[in-house]
Design a protein around this ligand. Structure first.
Ligand code: EPZ
Length: 460
């Protein structure tokens, strides 16, 4: 009981000088966010390959749902209680830090529950240091503008997987009547008497763009239509949370979302959906290593685009209630082609992991990446382990080899890191993966979860 009352983000979200980024807010004037966020550690993972995974892996709450839903707490002065939270992920802690900076009081417990209470907005600013560390911080923009009428959010800039502009977020909010200036690397936004409902058509499907505008529209005057909207399950999970807070939303999960603005939202209790990308990562791990894995408390319905290519490759997939049971068929895996696409297409966040599986399949497979322009950075690292991959434009041709060999490799982004873990689990000998702080952003307790299923894995 004592432990349950403890705020496990206590130190992280305290207002001690070493944790609170400095800033000053002067309306549309200059913001100054100095560097004060601690760097992540440079831990390595050492994995001895060749051990089949056998056992159960509990699936965590989805990072990419939790981040947005935490931002929804800014829309109400009442507490928002979230269950199934992936409380140990670094991205989640970074956002908790930012929300605390804005004025949200936060309690996170070991039972994976977090309570976020934005009684008042003290500082409607997302400083560079926190946005740079975690691009999802852009998701405070819509809620802050809607509730507070003013926000300054650092431009995220490019990242390892591509340029990733946020112009749709900005244009959508402008369509809703916001005045926005880009100055000193900041998006400086204000409203004149609140946001107004509008129709906005996304030029290209944007996952967080849809979520930012959907949150902003809940408190706008009138009706907002988001067209060519993202259909991801995380968007649906956010809409469900907003609705339990009193928002009027229909059409989530389709490409047109309709939001009737209301004057205020209230508190609610909401469960974060299971992480479909973590689930898919371990399904691919089972295909690679053999053995039988039970993925506990998840939902195969979120992964329909993965089922056919994995079954074709040679994986048997079954469900039992909320669990998925996967096991590899006898014989060698068979290569197949995939192309990433917005949901319900094949997720870009599983591209690196699937490509890793193809390195050991019989025959060749082609992977085409249509979402991000630079998402093949795992390829040179996999080649260092003996893979045969040729990248041409936005496609990679993967010719199956008989085995991968352990090597020292470098993690470059979250999903690329996961793909190296998968390669290491099946490679001959020992692999050392450097810079695994990327993994800590999006996979909870990777050593514990895989170690419990027979992987020889340690953090050094
Ligand atoms: C979300 O990023 C996820 N992040 C990503 O997960 C995921 O890879 C991506 O969606 C695609 O599914 C979170 O949910 C926090 P987009 P997001 O806006 O929303 C272009 C992971 O590993 N675009 O759907 O930022 C953009 O450059 C991460 O967990 C614009 O041009 O992606 C890209 O080409 C990585 N202008 C495409 O649209 C904009 O204003 C789709 O990006 C916005 C996007």
């Amino acid at each position: 009981m004592q432990a349950e009352q403890e705020n496990i983000w206590g130190k992280l979200v305290s207002h001690s000088p070493e944790h609170k980024p400095e800033h000053k807010v002067v309306g549309f004037g200059v913001s100054d966010a100095k560097k004060s966020v601690q760097p992540s550690g440079l831990d390595k993972l050492r994995i001895e390959g060749g051990h089949a995974l056998e056992g159960e892996i509990p699936i965590s709450g989805a990072k990419n749902a939790a981040l947005k839903i935490m931002c929804a707490s800014l829309l109400t002065s009442e507490p928002l209680t979230l269950t199934n939270m992936p409380v140990t992920l670094n991205d989640i802690k970074t956002l908790a830090h930012l929300l605390k900076h804005i004025g949200v009081s936060i309690m996170a417990r070991h039972d994976k529950t977090a309570v976020l209470h934005a009684h008042t907005i003290e500082t409607p600013v997302a400083p560079y240091d926190l946005v740079r560390k975690m691009r999802g911080s852009i998701l405070v923009l819509g809620p802050l503008l809607a509730r507070h009428g003013f926000a300054e959010v650092s431009l995220p800039g490019g990242c390892a997987i591509g340029a990733r502009p946020v112009d749709f977020h900005i244009k959508g909010l402008e369509a809703m009547g916001a005045e926005i200036l880009i100055e000193d690397g900041y998006i400086k936004a204000k409203t004149n008497g609140g946001l107004k409902g509008a129709t906005y058509t996304f030029p290209k499907v944007s996952h967080t763009g849809t979520e930012n505008l959907m949150m902003a529209a809940t408190l706008a005057q009138g009706t907002t239509l988001l067209k060519n909207a993202a259909r991801e399950p995380e968007v649906v999970n956010l809409a469900e949370c907003l609705r339990s807070m009193g928002a009027q939303i229909t059409g989530e999960g389709t490409d047109t979302i309709i939001i009737e603005g209301v004057t205020s939202l209230g508190g609610a209790t909401h469960a974060i959906m299971p992480d479909r990308i973590e689930t898919g990562t371990w399904m691919i791990a089972s295909a690679l290593t053999g053995g039988t894995l039970r993925l506990v408390n998840t939902n195969l319905g979120y992964l329909t685009s993965l089922i056919a290519p994995l079954e074709k490759a040679g994986l048997t997939i079954e469900t039992e209630g909320k669990d998925i049971i996967v096991s590899r068929n006898p014989g060698r895996l068979v290569g197949t082609d995939i192309m990433t696409d917005p949901y319900p297409g094949f997720p870009t966040d599983l591209q690196a992991q699937f490509l890793t599986m193809l390195t050991l399949c019989e025959g060749a497979g082609m992977v085409t990446e249509t979402i991000f322009e630079n998402r093949f950075m795992h390829v040179p690292e996999l080649c260092r382990m003996g893979a045969d991959i040729t990248v041409q434009g936005n496609s990679a041709i993967v010719r199956g080899v008989a085995k991968l060999k352990g090597a020292e490799v470098m993690a470059t982004d979250l999903r690329a890191s996961a793909s190296l873990v998968l390669a290491a689990l099946v490679a001959e000998g020992t692999t050392t993966i450097n810079r695994i702080y990327h993994l800590d952003r999006g996979y909870e307790d990777i050593v514990g979860k895989l170690g419990n299923c027979g992987a020889h894995i340690e953090r050094v």
